[in-house]
Ligand binder design. Structure first.
Ligand code: S3P
Length: 430
């Protein structure tokens, strides 16, 4: 088997245009919503990473027709009638795919078993299964393999204390076919792509303070979806361009939904030169072209309330913090421990291997920046986690000595074009 070890090496300025792939959250939703809605849903800009391809296969297994018409161009045709799949649904590495599909399936009188890879099989599913049972579904297993027996569901009023958009979405999708009121409360708002897209598919969704409620009209009607580019993938070339001296990179058509841009806010507070151009609306979401120029960064304290809007971006923020002058304090990170890996300890371990001073708490990370290039030279264990691998390869582009990542293959789950895109900007990744 070929090794998927990669090294990031110090390089000259990054220059050019970085066309990152479609947003992962919106891509999963587009396929699943298309599968639920009666009619034909055309999708443009779909992320064709492994996670989303697993969801496409799953939607097909539940009875919809799912076709790839060209690069990022997909068509889902559904009679809005889900059936029990013939075989277990393999969700691969994807928590979003697994949890959203469990919610979607629960509303139908069907039975489905969900499986996944080793990482996903260790991740908590009770957060979704608990509310689904409360609504009347029957479930077996609390980690994968999990079986959901769907049926006639009743309403629910659920306090989403973890501010998990996956939990919120699972409840709302199950709720589409439930009898009675369906509402989810959040003290800190999670990403709202589900609400935006449900409305586009013709469903009444009400929002009042921190509460999202399904209205009376819950039948979904197929519509076309344009997927903007993923800010969570853009995060890697953005931070690389800030850190590599002399860089200037443009990232066109990036989703700038405020519930996704906590990293940009934080990087600007640190002194990052990041500019939005041509802010516009596309397919019900705000997008912009982003221009990033190399900057001198200073450590900051990141408010815990910002965590839901940058939950996937802490690993790459830690890399920016490692190069900044002064200390960066990140709190409210408990959810990082149950991502594709325990990201809090994976980041801490990687920083340690690269000579960066840090302190890891139960739900916090403090990084003492080098005020320039950190030592590097580490062999970093990516724990088969795409975002850990990409983060430390970016560190290698600026560190004194190369940074090696042991397993970079998982990058294909979310950002299959990461390597050519970064090399095209001038990154030295071997
Ligand atoms: C996602 C929600 C977040 C995020 C994940 C995608 C989504 O997870 O980390 O990558 O598409 O709803 P949680 O819902 O667990 O916070």
């Amino acid at each position: 088997m070929p090794s998927d070890r990669l090294e990031g090496h110090r390089c000259g300025p990054l220059k050019g245009v970085a066309e990152v792939p479609g947003d992962k959250s919106i891509s999963h939703r587009a396929l699943i919503f298309g599968g639920l809605a009666a009619g034909t849903t055309n999708i443009e800009g779909l992320l064709e990473g492994d996670d989303v391809l697993h969801t496409a296969a799953a939607v097909r297994a539940f009875g919809a027709e799912v076709e790839r018409l060209g690069d990022g161009h997909w068509r889902v045709t559904s009679r809005s009638e889900w059936r029990s799949p013939d075989a277990p649904i393999d969700c691969g590495n994807s928590g979003t795919g697994a949890r959203l599909l469990m919610g979607a399936a629960a509303g139908w009188p069907i039975r489905a078993t969900f499986t996944g890879d080793a990482s996903l099989s260790g991740r908590p599913m009770e957060r979704v299964l608990g509310p689904l049972r409360q609504m009347g579904a029957r479930t077996e297993g609390s980690t994968l393999p999990v079986t959901v027996h769907g049926g006639t569901l009743t309403g629910i009023s659920y306090d989403n204390v973890k501010s998990s958009a996956q939990v919120k979405t699972a409840i709302l999708l199950a709720g589409l076919r439930a009898v009675g009121d369906v509402e989810v409360h959040e003290a800190l708002p999670s990403r709202d792509h589900t609400e935006n897209m449900l409305r586009a598919f013709g469903v009444d969704v009400e929002q009042e303070g921190g509460t999202v409620r399904l209205g009376r009209h819950r039948d979904m009607v197929a519509t076309d979806v344009i997927v903007p580019r993923d800010p969570s993938s853009a995060a890697f070339p953005i931070v690389a361009a800030l850190l590599v001296p002399g860089s200037e990179v443009e990232l066109p058509n990036i989703l700038i939904n405020p519930l996704r841009t906590g990293l940009i806010t934080t990087l600007k507070e640190m002194g990052g030169d990041i500019e939005y151009r041509n802010v516009r609306s596309s397919g019900g979401e705000q997008v912009a072209d982003i221009i990033v120029r190399a900057s001198t960064l200073t450590g900051v304290e990141v408010p815990a309330e910002r965590a839901p809007s940058m939950i996937d971006e802490y690993p790459i923020l830690a890399i920016a913090a490692a190069c900044a002058g002064g200390t960066t304090i990140m709190t409210g990170l408990e959810e990082l421990r149950v991502k594709e890996s325990d990201r809090l300890s994976a980041v801490a371990e990687g920083l340690g291997a690269c000579g960066v001073e840090y302190q890891e708490g139960k739900d916090s990370l403090t990084v003492r920046g080098a005020g320039g290039p950190p030592a590097g030279g580490g062999e970093v264990a990516a724990h088969h986690d795409h975002r850990i691998a990409m983060s430390f390869l970016v560190l290698g582009l600026v560190a004194e000595r190369p940074v090696a990542v042991d397993s970079a293959g998982m990058i294909a789950t979310s950002f299959p074009t990461f390597l050519p895109l970064m090399r095209n900007l001038g990154a030295d990744i071997r």
